[in-house]
Design a protein. Structure first.
Length: 253
C-alpha cells in the first residue's frame, strides 16, 4: 500500500463515501470537471477522499456524459491534516475579501471557520444561503488543492455574542489596543484546540470589547504594531499558532 505522500501528484477529489464504495457516480459537477475541464480518460488514476480522513486510490474504468466508474486500487488514511485543531471566528467583510479568507484558511490548515456578525459589519457583508453554497464550494476546492484529508467545517453565520466555546479550549480574540500581550507570547505550550476571534474593518466596538474581555478564559492578544486588514489578521494569527504547534513540521525530513 502506498502512503498518500507518495501520491501527492495525483488529483484529489472529495466524493460521497457511498459512491466511493459503489465505484460509480453520476454527479453532474464531477462529470463536467473530469470530462470537460480536466479531460480525463479511462485509465486515469485519482485519489477520492471521503471527507472523514480516508482516501481511495482509484483508476477510471468508464467515463461518459452520464456516469463514471472506477476500480479501487487501495484505501489508506488521507494525509494533509494538521495535528492542531484550530477554529477561526472571522467577521463578515466584503464578499471578495471574505472568500479570500476562506480559501487561505483552508490552505494553511484551519479546521473550522465560523463567520460572525459584529456591530460594525457592513450590510453588504451579510450572509445569504446563496453565498453559503458558494463558500462551501470554495472551501471544498481549496481543500482538494491543498491536499487536505478532510473538508474543514464551515458553519452558518453567528452573532458575535452567540459564540460558545468549551472550557478546555484556548480562546484568543485579536485586539489592537496598547498593552495587549502579543499572541506569540500568549500561547500556552500544552496542546488543546484553539479559537481565534477576529473583528471586522474598524475592529470590535467598545461594547463588544467589553463583552469579549468578560468571557472567562478568553485572552486579548495582538499581532504587533502594524495594522492588518480584517482578512489578513486571522490568517496571520492562525499561521503563528499552527507553526508554534508544529503543524508545518509534519512530513519534514
Amino acid at each position: 500500500m502506498q502512503p498518500t505522500s507518495r501520491l501527492s501528484n495525483t488529483l484529489r477529489f472529495f466524493v460521497d463515501p457511498a459512491n466511493i464504495a459503489a465505484g460509480s457516480t453520476s454527479d453532474a459537477d464531477l462529470l463536467h470537471q473530469w470530462q470537460r475541464v480536466l479531460r480525463l480518460r479511462v485509465g486515469a488514476e485519482l485519489l477520492l477522499l471521503d471527507g472523514a480522513g480516508m482516501a481511495s486510490h482509484v483508476v477510471l474504468t468508464l467515463l461518459d456524459n452520464k456516469k463514471v466508474n472506477w476500480e479501487i486500487l487501495s484505501t489508506l488514511p488521507a494525509s494533509g491534516e494538521p495535528i492542531q485543531h484550530l477554529t477561526i471566528c472571522a467577521a463578515l467583510i466584503r464578499p471578495e475579501r471574505f472568500e479570500w479568507l476562506l480559501q487561505k484558511s483552508v490552505e494553511i490548515g484551519v479546521s473550522r471557520i465560523i463567520p460572525i456578525v459584529c456591530e460594525r459589519t457592513r450590510a453588504e457583508s451579510s450572509s445569504t444561503l446563496n453565498k453559503f453554497a458558494r463558500w462551501q464550494r470554495i472551501v471544498t476546492e481549496a481543500a482538494e488543492q491543498a491536499c487536505r484529508g478532510k473538508i474543514p467545517e464551515l458553519t452558518t453565520a453567528l452573532a458575535l455574542k452567540e459564540i460558545r466555546t468549551p472550557s478546555s479550549d484556548q480562546v484568543f480574540w485579536l485586539h489592537e489596543g496598547t498593552g495587549t500581550l502579543p499572541l506569540r507570547q500568549s500561547l500556552p505550550t500544552q496542546p488543546a484546540p484553539v479559537w481565534v476571534i477576529s473583528g471586522p474593518e474598524g475592529g470590535f466596538s467598545p461594547d463588544e470589547q467589553h463583552w469579549l474581555g468578560s468571557q472567562s478564559g478568553w485572552h486579548a492578544t495582538g499581532l504587533g504594531s502594524r495594522i492588518l486588514r480584517a482578512e489578513t489578521a486571522p490568517i496571520v494569527a492562525a499561521t503563528m499558532i499552527l507553526a508554534t504547534r508544529g503543524a508545518y513540521d509534519e512530513g519534514a525530513a
